[in-house]
Design a protein around this ligand. Structure first.
Ligand code: SF4
Ligand code: SF4
Length: 378
């Protein structure tokens, strides 16, 4: 139940805004890749580009809602933002309003990259899952890691040319099979390019499919995908159960918008069935929150601890679950997302920890990037 008086102002409030409703890739852990037409209960949200005038009105509404002293806007949820021909203008508009602006890309394209660097978002994430194509193609379907690496060099060059201080994060999705040579090589590349490397456990998304799996419904294709994860969602759900009565940060501190300006229940859902308001600009914030807090999906989600899973709030227990599988695979690294050191060579557990590559300059507010992973596996 949402009662504004019981929900104090959040220190940070984040808007995930899909400015593109599709992606050039079809990753099997992402609904853009795994959600079949037959699996929608209502339908797919629009797949085109967000209109610039609509975005201007959205920014003005965010400004007037004024729900936090620190507003963060990320121009993606399930879409590839570089596909938008006006992506740089979206960044500029966001920055002009005084908001923090982030992007995430699979970087299989360099379209609009030069313009985006010039527009100067605060944060640019490159989301990937291997250094070599053999493993990359398993989890970034339709992608080519050689193109990604070439665009990483191009990005470094553009940053240097523009004397840009954009924080670049390489979000490395850890599966059972890629915590060895692929990770070691990506670490070297990030060192050379002075990009932050942040390994994270890979998830199976979206919520609709994750709940189906927990209820025993899964296709052979999705089962193959789940088998690649370092942790089975069933085990994570069990680990999350002690926290299931905690509020969901995905609704408490975040709002997710589709390209047509409609509001999705949260960034974990994909089906149009979970649109809670057709128009963000016409719906007061308190009303939006009231609709979200009374949505029928939240009960089953919280009963299975999914809101805890997707916000990474299970913490160190995830590391324990992941390690059980990585050790069976004899991975080169022991990986811990939630404690330090996060990477240790398995063959020398007592040796000095590995220091992950970090950009030399000071980073600005990265709290939610580490939190989301987006979520949303992005
Ligand atoms: S995970 Fe990212 S790159 Fe892959 S299909 Fe989804 S949005 Fe595209
Ligand atoms: S409780 Fe679950 S369905 Fe509801 S907003 Fe949170 S993650 Fe989404």
């Amino acid at each position: 139940m949402y009662e504004p008086t019981k929900h104090p102002r959040n220190k940070i409030f984040t808007y995930w805004i899909d400015i593109v409703g599709t992606c050039n890739l079809r990753c099997p852990t992402c609904p853009t890749g795994n959600f079949l037409d037959s699996e929608f209960s209502v339908g797919r949200n629009p797949t085109g580009f967000m209109d610039q005038d609509l975005y201007k009105k959205i920014l003005e509404k965010i400004k007037s809602d004024n729900v936090s002293d620190r507003i963060e806007i990320h121009l993606y949820t399930w879409g590839e933002p570089l596909l938008h021909p006006k992506v740089a203008e979206f960044v500029t508009m966001t920055k002009k309003m005084g908001f923090f602006c982030g992007l995430s890309s699979n970087l299989n394209l360099d379209k609009n990259l030069k313009e985006v660097v010039k527009a100067g978002p605060d944060f640019f994430r490159i989301s990937l899952s291997a250094f070599y194509q053999g493993n990359y193609k398993l989890t970034h379907k339709r992608g080519d890691i050689r193109i990604v690496k070439s665009n990483m060099y191009r990005l470094r060059n553009l940053l240097d040319q523009n004397k840009s201080n954009i924080t670049v994060q390489v979000l490395y999705h850890v599966y059972k099979h890629n915590a060895s040579d692929d990770l070691a090589m990506m670490m070297k590349l990030c060192e050379e390019l002075e990009f932050d490397l942040d390994p994270v456990w890979a998830f199976y998304m979206p919520l609709e499919k994750s709940l189906d799996y927990l209820n025993g419904k899964v296709s052979d294709e999705d089962k193959k995908t789940i088998n690649m994860l370092a942790m089975d969602p069933t085990d994570v759900s069990k680990a999350a159960l002690p926290y299931r009565d905690e509020d969901c940060s995905l609704r408490k501190t975040q709002v997710t918008l589709n390209i047509d300006g409609s509001v999705q229940l949260c960034c974990a859902t994909f089906d149009q069935a979970y649109v809670v308001a057709p128009s963000f600009i016409d719906t007061p914030h308190a009303e939006l929150q009231r609709r979200r807090y009374s949505n029928d999906m939240c009960g089953p989600c919280m009963d299975k601890g999914q809101h805890i899973y997707f916000s990474y709030a299970v913490g160190k227990k995830l590391d324990d679950l992941g390690e059980q599988n990585l050790s069976k695979k004899d991975s080169k690294f022991i990986f811990k997302q939630f404690s330090k050191p996060s990477l240790v060579l398995r063959s020398s557990e007592n040796a000095d920890p590995i220091v992950l590559p970090r950009a030399a300059k000071k980073k600005q507010g990265l709290s939610l990037y580490r939190f989301k992973n987006k979520l949303l596996g992005r």
